[in-house]
Design a protein around this ligand. Structure first.
Ligand code: DAH
Length: 345
């Protein structure tokens, strides 16, 4: 059989088989048989060298036509089959799994939540106040007179003459007492701002938790007992608390509160500077002037310092988080570097 006859025959066979193809695997088999590098059409090309030179152009052309038209018909068929094929998802079980990273709480948020839950168990509710605060609430009503150094522009961000970024959470004491008559027992967590240059232990923005309890005949002993219980719940049952006399304008008497260093259990280490104690915050019995100022603004007598009294305290969240997590630079909390946050999440 001449090569030309073989071409004609193969073309007919290809067409017949093509018509019978119904599935993608059958199409693949057809492609292998005719169109692949070792397929029947390739075989015919290999026979070209035995064709007489005067016939070669015509035979070559016929063979090329066969190849092109077979490929084109095959492509069209494949397209049809793919369109018609039901969309069965192909699951490649050898692919590696897609890992999904879950979000986590910021370490400061989780410490704040822990602090809130401890105080809630002790009967405290939660108040919030604005971060842009009047000088009246931030200073005046907290018995912090005009001449007090805390009011200085070098310590305080002034928004305007009578508005500041609150320098402490203490003004929420005032807001809580304006909102509700006594007895009140609440904490107030939130951001505060001070005009400090950032360094490993300072940030112009940080977080505090304020506490206030006003009732009849509240004692300093209750303040001590409450803070002792709080720090034991937070840092461990062995924690001891120490009160050092101090001055704050809005409490009298006032004290700074230290806890035994929970890293060295009071033995002395680098973190507590070998003293065995860590300073955690301030506290005291609410100054009568604060209660009088609240009465004046409320226009009633329910916070009359002759009738009610109470205690207040404040503590820093970053400080606790730094000690709990062993973080040595406060700025790490605000840089949002996931390599850092992921370790504490
Ligand atoms: N507001 C004080 C500060 O930021 C902390 C503080 C001290 C709060 C004594 C109080 C308190 O409520 O009684 O340094």
């Amino acid at each position: 059989m001449s090569l030309l006859e073989q071409i004609t025959k193969l073309s007919a066979e290809f067409n017949r088989e093509l018509d019978a193809v119904k599935t993608l695997p059958q199409a693949e088999a057809l492609r292998n048989k005719y169109l692949s590098r070792k397929g029947l059409i390739s075989d015919l090309f290999k026979q070209m060298k035995s064709v007489a030179s005067e016939d070669r152009a015509a035979v070559g052309k016929a063979l090329q036509t066969l190849k092109n038209s077979a490929q084109a018909k095959f492509d069209a068929l494949l397209e049809d089959l793919k369109q018609a094929a039901p969309a069965i998802p192909v699951i490649d079980l050898t692919l590696p799994g897609r890992s999904r990273t879950t979000g986590g709480l910021h370490p400061l948020t989780s410490v704040e939540m822990e602090i809130i839950s401890i105080f809630k168990r002790m009967g405290f509710s939660v108040e919030r106040g604005p971060e842009v605060e009047s000088t009246q609430f931030n200073f005046d009503m907290l018995n912090t007179p005009q001449w007090h150094p805390a009011r200085d522009e070098t310590d305080t961000f002034y928004v305007r003459e009578d508005m500041v970024l609150r320098t402490e959470t203490s003004p929420v004491q005032i807001r809580g007492m304006l909102r509700k008559p006594p007895p009140v027992r609440f904490i107030a967590p939130g951001r505060v701002y001070r005009n400090d240059k950032p360094d490993p232990s300072h940030s112009p923005m940080f977080n505090q938790v304020e506490g206030l309890y006003i009732d009849n005949r509240v004692t300093f002993t209750e303040l001590k007992g409450t803070l002792l219980e709080f720090y034991r719940a937070l840092l461990g049952r062995d924690t001891q608390v120490r009160f050092r006399p101090h001055h704050f304008p809005f409490t009298e008497p006032s004290a700074e509160v230290d806890v035994t260093c929970f890293l060295c259990a009071g033995k002395g280490c680098r973190v507590c500077k070998h003293s065995g104690w860590l300073e955690m915050g301030g506290s005291g019995m609410v100054h009568p002037n604060v209660l009088s100022a609240v009465c004046e603004l409320r226009g009633d007598d329910v916070y009359n310092p002759e009738k009610v009294n109470g205690y207040a305290f404040g503590l820093g969240i970053e400080r606790i988080a730094m000690l709990k997590f062993g973080v040595e630079d406060i700025r790490l909390f605000y840089e949002n570097d996931l390599r850092f946050l992921g370790q504490l999440g």
